[in-house]
Design a protein. Structure first.
Length: 185
């Protein structure tokens, strides 16, 4: 059975984007990016909301020749994975191995988890919030950046309580900290 994994880069005060919608402050350096790549290797399917897909789809056609190996590696991981985009408004996708679903269906995701060999990653805090509320998230990878942004798009949904077990933590030279949790049953 595949694990559903939520991974996100967040400020110390819990935001993935600031009040202006910017997330420039969260760009991973080579050390963090390489670590993220290694976490993404078992992922066979990405679940995205429209906004996160529109950010990430650049990896589909980005010219990576001559770029650092960690960038090339992530582009290859992205291109190899299946992608499901949940959107009521997106008319077409611009990446291969991608389909659109009009609504998030927790039962369909449960069936996907049961029938998929590779892990499944949910990207974007809004869609992840739906998966968290439905009790679907098995593991959490949060990268806490040493930055306080004062408001914006929250990394985690309001009004949800989930008991977690800390599996690992890692501190990077940049001051970013990776926290790896498993959802307790």
């Amino acid at each position: 059975m595949a694990r559903l994994i939520y991974a996100g880069i967040t400020s110390l005060d819990g935001y993935v984007a600031d009040e202006e919608g910017s997330f420039d402050w969260s760009a991973p350096d080579q050390q963090v990016h390489t670590f993220v790549n290694d976490l993404q290797r078992p992922v066979g399917t990405y679940l995205f909301g429209r906004r996160m897909y529109e950010v990430m789809v650049a990896w589909e056609t980005m010219a990576v020749t001559g770029l650092p190996p960690h960038i090339q590696d992530f582009a290859n991981l992205w291109r190899a994975a299946d992608k499901i985009v949940y959107s009521r408004t997106l008319q077409a996708v611009s990446s291969t191995k991608t389909r659109i679903e009009r609504a998030f269906d927790p039962e369909a995701v449960r069936r996907l988890k049961a029938s998929t060999e590779g892990d499944i990653a949910v990207g974007g805090p809004m869609l992840a919030g739906q998966a968290i509320r439905a009790g679907l998230v098995d593991e959490w990878h949060l990268f806490v950046v040493p930055m306080v942004v004062g408001g914006g798009t929250s990394c985690l949904p309001d009004g949800v309580k989930v008991s977690l077990e800390l599996l690992d933590e890692h501190r990077f030279d940049s001051g970013t900290v990776h926290l790896h949790y498993r959802t307790r049953s």
